[in-house]
Design a protein around this ligand. Structure first.
Ligand code: NCD
Ligand code: ZN
Ligand code: ZN
Length: 349
């Protein structure tokens, strides 16, 4: 007998869709399963205001497969020049859902990021007033700080003081990778949420580096040691309301990953929910997959849960080895390409 399980349609609270040919190639995988997604603004040039976000949103809607009711939520890139009135207008008119903080230089396409957070107090106060959340790529960029310590250092030296200065500001620690991040979120549970990615639930740095270097496991914040992976699995599978799914699906052309200086980002969209099911089953907590993937995110953002459902069947299948992209990118290699997963989404659109 085939085992199956039905859960409310999930949402992806941290997603990179890119633009143009790449957008058209990757969007269907997400739209087939997810009801909604928080779309990251790190395009080149980035999505830094309401007008740019509205135009990007239209391009996403135009790239959707016929009949899809997938809904993109737009995050606006915080820069040293962000205008609080524009953010408030974008939020209140429904175009913008959140603001994204990239410390300058922290990750892919973050060179327009914030250089001095202190100068943005007015913007952050305004966001706190209107209830617009700040999503953070939480890593310091100080060259003196070891790459593996950058998240924990950010929480202590940047985010803790920021929360103390802005007592009403709501924050999401994006793609958390450490036990310190899990503790931090729990300590500020009244107003801090946390996205967790399938790759950080399924892998630690040994998976990336033992027996050969695997570029498709390379993302930022970088995979940490097993002890941290265990803390993330425990948080995700606990059912606790502050932890929810953000795939951080971040496609880069195959030739830009498999090279001497490869890009950071894992393309998880083709198997995002199935990868999570794998992690939850291994933890013996499949019953909490729905809270993590479909309930906790909407609750944090104050939107209704999706009315419809998806069915997962326990039927081994292989993650595709390659996803074609027209134009010069040619194609992307999904995370876990060619690997066998135990759970499969049955009712794809
Ligand atoms: C993301 C990307 O490629 O846009 N890469 C990544 O390694 N996670 C950027 C980000 O989310 O930091
Ligand atoms: Zn990031
Ligand atoms: Zn990301």
């Amino acid at each position: 007998m085939t085992l199956s399980m039905q859960i409310r349609r999930p949402d992806d609270w941290h997603l990179h869709l890119r633009d143009g040919d790449m957008l058209r190639a990757v969007l269907p995988a997400t739209a087939a399963v997810m009801g909604r997604a928080m779309v990251m603004p790190n395009l080149r040039p980035p999505v830094v205001d309401t007008a740019t976000a509205a135009a990007y949103r239209s391009r996403i809607l135009a790239a959707l497969p016929d009949g899809s009711d997938f809904q993109p939520f737009m995050a606006c890139y915080l820069t040293d020049r962000t205008d609080p009135d524009d953010l408030a207008h974008g939020f209140e008119s429904g175009v913008l859902k959140a603001v994204k903080l990239y410390p300058a230089g922290a990750t892919t396409n973050s060179d327009s990021g914030v250089t001095n957070l202190d100068a943005l107090s007015g913007v952050l106060e305004r966001m706190a007033d209107i209830g617009m959340p700040l999503l953070v790529h939480g890593e310091v960029t100080d060259p003196e700080v070891d790459l593996f310590d950058r998240e924990a250092r950010f929480l202590d030296t940047v985010l803790e003081p920021l929360l103390a200065r802005h007592r009403k500001l709501r924050v999401v620690v994006e793609h958390a990778t450490t036990s310190e991040a899990v503790d931090f979120v729990r300590a500020h549970a009244d107003r801090v949420g946390c996205t967790l990615t399938p790759q950080h639930l399924l892998a630690n740095r040994n998976h990336m580096l033992v027996g050969g270097i695997r570029p498709h496991f390379y993302c930022l914040p970088i995979l940490k040691r097993a002890r941290h992976q265990q803390a993330l699995i425990q948080a995700a599978t606990s059912g606790e309301a502050n932890f929810f799914l953000g795939t951080d699906s971040a496609p880069h052309a195959k030739h830009l990953k498999e090279t001497s200086c490869g890009c950071a980002g894992c393309y998880t969209a083709p198997a995002a929910l199935e990868l999570c099911a794998e992690a939850f089953e291994r933890a013996g907590e499949l019953q909490n997959l729905e809270a993590f993937a479909s309930v906790n995110g909407p609750t944090f953002y104050g939107v209704p849960v999706n009315e419809d459902t998806v069915t997962l069947v326990r039927e081994p299948w292989q993650v595709p080895a390659f996803a074609e992209v027209s134009g010069p990118a040619k194609g992307v290699v999904p995370f876990y390409a060619g690997e066998t997963l135990q759970w499969r989404v049955a009712n794809m659109l």
